[in-house]
Design a protein around this ligand. Sequence first.
Ligand code: ANZ
Ligand code: ZN
Length: 799
Amino acid sequence: MTFDYKYIEEKWRARWEKDRVFHVEDAGKNKRYILDMFPYPSGQGLHVGHPRGYIASDVVARYARHKGYDVLHPIGWDAFGLPAENFAIKTGTHPRQKTQQNIENFRRQLKLLGFSYDWEREINTSDPSYYKWTQWIFLQLYKKGLAYKKKAPVNWCDSCKTVLANEQVIGGECERCAGPVEQRNLEQWFFKITDYADELLEKIDELDWSDALKTTQKNWIGKSQGARILFNIQDSNFTLPIFTTRPDTIFGATFLVLAPEHEALTNGTLQIANSKEVEEYIKQAKKKTELERKEGEKEKTGIKLEGVEAINPATKESIPVFVADYVLPGYGTGAIMAVPAHDQRDHIFAKKYNLPIIDVIQQEALDVKSKKEKGKTEEVYEGEGVLTNSGKFDGMSSEEAREKITKFVGGEAQTQYKLRDWLISRQRYWGAPIPIIYCEKCGEVPVPEKDLPVRLPDDVDFKPTGESPLTHAKEFHDVQCPLCGAPAKRESDTMDTFVCSSWYYLRFTDPHNEKEIFDKKKVANWMPVDLYVGGMEHAVGHLLYSRFITKALRDQGFVDFDEPFLRVLNQGLVLAQDGRKMSKRWDNVINPDDVVEAVGADTLRMYEMFMGPIGDTMPWSKNGTMGIFRFLNRIWRAQENIDDTENNALESVIHRAIKKVSEDIESARYNTAVSTLMIAFREMEKEKTIPKEVFKRFVILLSPFAPFISEELWEMLGNKTSIARAPWPSYEEKYLTQKETTIALQINGKTRGSINVSAGSDQETVLGAIQKDEKLSKYLKDKPKRVVFVADKIINLII
Ligand code: ANZ
Ligand code: ZN
């Protein structure tokens, strides 16, 4: 008998669909919402790395069904976005058509792998029935002042011809095309996520997320406690506020620095003698990316503002003022007091322009000595210590001095966040239109809710020009003002696709609702998501945006919980066999279609769980898949050895496996769950026969990992309904604690040896063990006339 995986998989795929096995209606008392980060349906289809997270979540979803939960396990498509549009520009295929094709391929591939999605809940963010509600969310935020338009320095990618959110700029480059990102002053739409900065930060600690994920998000929000201190400008009424986290170092502040974007440089408040030179510098600075400006080691550039002096409020001495691009706009006040002895950047700058460097913080005495001995007094000391050269504050600890000095110079405590408002407008075609109309008389007018969706027109020239392609779609663009009826213009920017994905998990609870975004009761019953599986790359974008949207909707009474994702699991990458990332460029991409063809979906699923801890990055191994394939074949053949005998040893084996596999699934150790199955099965194989009741339970344990073969075996064992909801077996303590005992083997009353068996083994089991023992099996060559058996003690063969 061989394992005809092709036949079996096809059979069960069809059966599941026909019987709606994974369809779920409403959440009962015991619900589990298990979610994958829904995919962007790219043209390449899936490679074997993509399903790793999907398999893990499917194992959990299937396990939860066995445990009797109502399980919501949906899937859909994050279908708007640049790749489809770029493809359209290259080939002329409409993004809608291309996206549709890609979705069909993705759907086929996911079905191939046997994921237990409720396909009746499939959603597509580029469908008007979905983006209608994305636009509706925009309007709710707009009503509360959480969506606003303003001119601001923003990230511009000149090859994608669009602005980008801060979260889409990776190391100064465009996340999509890796082109350089420059700063431009443009009018754009923002969501006011900063209103929620504090709550977003505070609540992270309550979540069951990995430390890496939590830290990344915390740093992105970037809370700094510091002070805002005013510096008077000499011979003027003008005061310049700066933000510092180290007011304790103010006696060492020997100059001030303004960001090139600082308004005081251009609005006439400062009498700058060399304004031409300064203007030139400002122009140059604009060409740099934020990363180039931030880079620590590189040389710092700047220009002294001639004729401008500030007064250090602590020392009352006058100090020069510079413009330099290492000070960034939009953080703090865009101006700093520079303390070159205790800040690396200021130090580099001071060295270059020959500015005084005054030590004001001393390390602990001993450290200073050792530092001096090493001749390193020149180095910048950025840590805490004891004040020196600081007048009456000398000798005070830096911590204590922070508060005291802030008071002394009339400053005020200020909390500062790195998080910026979320830039959501894009000058691209393939996205959800922003529901705003501009009227000459009425100004900015939100589209009335009854007029939603604002449909994305199909017939548009989508070549990017820097202006949104929708500007040129006359019928779309030229409209009537909803308030006064005068001719008006529709907003032609579309929304960042991250807006679409910031709320899709809510829609899955009520995906076909045409009257409202979702039924409040359904959302309340299913949410929050119990387990969310996806890539670490979403730490600061998607996961943060979703938390914000949830909180904004909560504050308007649409949902009644604070956090969307209680537990997040980040799967590691699957590398190619050669240890490199899978890439077309290296021709090392492994397509799951081929693997399924060669060894079946069960093997692929189980192998990807077995390859290593789910969070680790692992290379693909063909040998590894073959090992799993052989394992499944052995299980298949084991059917031949099933009977109704009892076997205490195997009873104990299966109880232990039940315990371990359950615990492993619950704590995301899918790899050790698989090895537990392997170990248990090896024990079963050693026996002449496997009791049916043991095998049955084994098949249930197997089914989350290898659902197709499990269904087939389940049916062969005489079951009429799908294994998907077969109750998960339970274990009893008494079987777990069972120890081994040594039984003496006697022949005609004389001891000839001994054998180890699990305690409580019956006569059959002990005889079986003797049979298998190399040395003792000879005593069984002739059938004994009689057997005297004392459990756990003696077996006496009368020959
Ligand atoms: C004086 C000082 C002395 C500073 C010292 C640091 C060390 P975080 O922790 O990231 O919040 N800063 C303030 N605004 C800035 C801006 N717009 N662009 C660049 N740098 C800016 O950093 C806060 C510190 O970064 C502030 O504290 C300020 O330098 C600088 F021994 O003030 B500090
Ligand atoms: Zn009007």
